[in-house]
Design a binder for this molecule. Structure first.
Ligand code: ATP
Length: 220
């Protein structure tokens, strides 16, 4: 669904991504790994158009990304971060609904969908609580639901469990993998950990390039 050919990104004069070739198939569940500072977050920002490519070609479903308005692109993608990025003054339900309101969707429709997804991630009893009243793992579940509310085809995740303990992190990865299957959504997840028990493709980044791709197939 996403193809990059010979893409380069620089911050000012400093090159960060170069000679990037990458293909993410529809429905993929993929990790992006590599040493600190190699360019992983910048790569996600490039896909989300938070930074622009200096050169190269980027396609989404065969269409050059430059031809899409940012809002059209972001309708196809959701994103979650290590720091959850929830609005502290809004309740769980209000945080989730923001994503649907931003696209002008009818309130009744997005409320029904938000309640379904929040129940799916085990938060039906927290709808009217504020982020500070939730654990880190629960906050990340809210952020996941917010990212999925508009039924994107791709979820990008930048170290989604970086602020969580090991057990909670494993639960979140398990949840993401289940949602990937249930909601038929591709996921590209930046992570520093290996997740050998999850069927996934791992892309490795080094010095601003994607250097390797490896598929893990589990034998169950
Ligand atoms: N806004 C910015 N302006 C200038 N340089 C930046 C900016 N953001 C990132 N960089 C630099 O670009 C390089 C890649 O950063 P990036 O955050 O993409 O790496 P990363 O692989 O995600 O790192 P980490 O694993 O530590 O999060 C680093 O050298 C960083 O200092």
């Amino acid at each position: 669904m996403i193809t990059l050919q010979n893409v380069a990104v620089a911050y000012g004069e400093t090159p960060v991504l170069q000679d990037v070739h990458f293909a993410l198939p529809h429905g993929a569940f993929a990790f992006l790994r590599g040493r600190s500072g190699c360019g992983k977050s910048t790569f996600l920002k490039l896909l989300y158009r938070d930074v622009e490519a200096q050169s190269g070609e980027l396609f989404i479903d065969g269409v050059p990304m430059q031809q899409l308005q940012k809002f059209e692109l972001r309708r196809k993608m959701g994103i979650i971060f290590q720091s959850f990025e929830l609005i502290e003054q809004k309740t769980v339900l209000e945080n989730v609904l923001l994503a649907g309101k931003a696209l002008g969707r009818p309130l009744a429709q997005i409320t029904e969908e938000a309640e379904r997804l929040l129940a799916r991630v085990g938060l039906s009893d927290k709808l009217h609580m504020f982020p500070a009243q939730l654990s880190g793992g629960q906050q990340q579940r809210v952020a996941i639901v917010r990212a999925l509310l508009n039924k994107p085809k791709l979820l990008l995740a930048d170290e989604p469990t970086g602020n969580l303990d090991e057990e909670t992190a494993a639960d979140i990865f398990q949840l993401l993998h289940e949602l990937h299957e249930e909601e038929q959504i591709a996921m590209l997840i930046v992570t520093h950990q290996s997740h050998e028990h999850i069927d996934a493709t791992t892309y490795w980044m080094e010095g601003g390039r994607i250097v390797e791709q490896a598929a893990t197939k589990l034998h169950r």
